[in-house]
Design a protein around this ligand. Structure first.
Ligand code: ZN
Ligand code: ZN
Length: 380
């Protein structure tokens, strides 16, 4: 079988089609499970909004694509494993009812997994960011299936599936303490603003609190242990931003929601903020070099955030903001020499483990500041 000249695509080997068959096969199988067991696998807040017929069409399209990639992989790849797994998952989805599957009962138990949120986010994010990275790549030699993609996908999957668990741990205590009465005048002023101004204010306040928390995670040695996980990626792409230790996620979310709850932003504004931060944070990690031009003075670009992940000491402890680079300029922590990109990203800790579970445990067992080999100690 012929191998393309483009090493990023490696068309013809059938390995990429095998991986895609598994991804789309899993989405199809998971989608059918969501229809069958909505009370356990879907998010109550989202269920009310769904256009079920449109979702059935998405499911049918995913199954069709999965079968196509499975066939392609079986024909082109010497190892039949991936094609068989992808095809098998899709057949299973079909056997359970496929796109015409009956919808199960919703009794409303208190505990659920947000499989619907995971599958729809994966499809939506991949549709936007994969073409961006293919057509406007920064590192042209980096493939989607670099050595770290499975670790990052695990972070993406777990963060979405356990949205309820993270919200219970991070948002609910903050809501209980600061979501009630108090600051009535301030709340009145916020709610009297036009909707767009409220969203902008929410994003700005969140970014300021996120800036402070992020800076603490860099400067307090014990906290850095946990945040080092985020910096351990050596391959920046749209999935890499998901790599966050759960302690990092919960602490940051608590700090960000605190002012938003105190100021009484309504649910619609909070939903808009979550959509903006989710998209912008992913964008910041993408392997893309879009021409931002003067816009780079106003909003954080991938180039600015890639510097935050740089291995070079001159860039350490810089560019903490997610949205607005002028917050870093204001506090003297901005670093992104015009037009330049960092040579490499990641930690100097060669012993830093790969894989979700090992990275989950690593901060509790090891201190990257003292246990890294001499000369390879992170100074952030
Ligand atoms: Zn950081
Ligand atoms: Zn980052």
């Amino acid at each position: 079988m012929s191998v393309s000249m483009n090493p990023r695509m490696r068309i013809g080997e059938g390995r990429i089609s095998g991986a895609l068959a598994i991804v789309f096969g899993s989405i199809s199988f998971g989608g059918v499970l969501c229809f069958l067991f909505p009370e356990f696998l879907t998010t109550p807040e989202f269920r009310a909004q769904y256009d079920v017929e449109a979702l059935r069409r998405v499911l049918a399209a995913c199954m069709f694509v999965a079968f196509g990639f499975a066939l392609r992989s079986l024909m082109a790849n010497q190892s039949k494993q991936a094609g068989l797994i992808g095809g098998g998952l899709t057949l299973l989805a079909l056997a359970l009812g496929g796109a015409g599957v009956e919808t199960g009962e919703v009794a409303g138990p208190p505990v659920y997994l947000s499989l619907d949120y995971l599958l729809l986010s994966l499809i939506a994010m991949a549709l936007v960011f994969v073409p961006l990275e293919l057509f406007f790549p920064k590192h042209t030699e980096q493939t989607k299936f670099h050595p770290e993609w499975k670790t990052d996908l695990a972070y993406f999957v777990i963060a979405h599936l356990f949205v309820q668990g993270v919200a219970v741990l991070s948002q609910e205590p903050v809501w209980a303490l600061f979501g009630g009465a108090g600051f009535e005048e301030l709340r009145g002023m916020v709610s009297s603003l036009p909707y767009v101004a409220q969203v902008f204010l929410a994003v700005l306040i969140a970014d300021l609190f996120q800036y402070g928390t992020h800076r603490l995670f860099h400067s307090v040695p014990y906290l850095w242990r946990f945040h080092a996980v985020h910096h351990s990626t050596r391959s920046m792409d749209w999935l890499a931003g998901s790599r966050l230790h759960v302690i990092d996620v919960i602490a940051t979310r608590m700090m960000v929601y605190l002012p938003l709850y105190v100021l009484g932003f309504d649910q619609g504004v909070l939903v808009s903020y979550v959509a903006i931060v989710a998209t912008h944070a992913v964008m910041n990690h993408t392997n893309t070099r879009l021409p931002y031009g003067p816009l780079e003075h106003l909003i954080v670009s991938p180039r600015i955030h890639h510097w935050h992940h740089s291995t070079e000491e001159r860039a350490h402890n810089k560019n903490y903001a997610v949205h607005f680079p002028w917050i870093d300029k204001l506090f003297g922590t901005y670093y992104a020499p015009r037009g330049e990109w960092p040579e490499a990203v990641g930690l100097d800790d060669a012993a830093f483990p790969v894989g979700y579970v090992r990275q989950l445990l690593y901060p509790f067992r090891h201190d990257p500041l003292t246990e890294a080999p001499k000369g390879e100690v992170s100074t952030r």
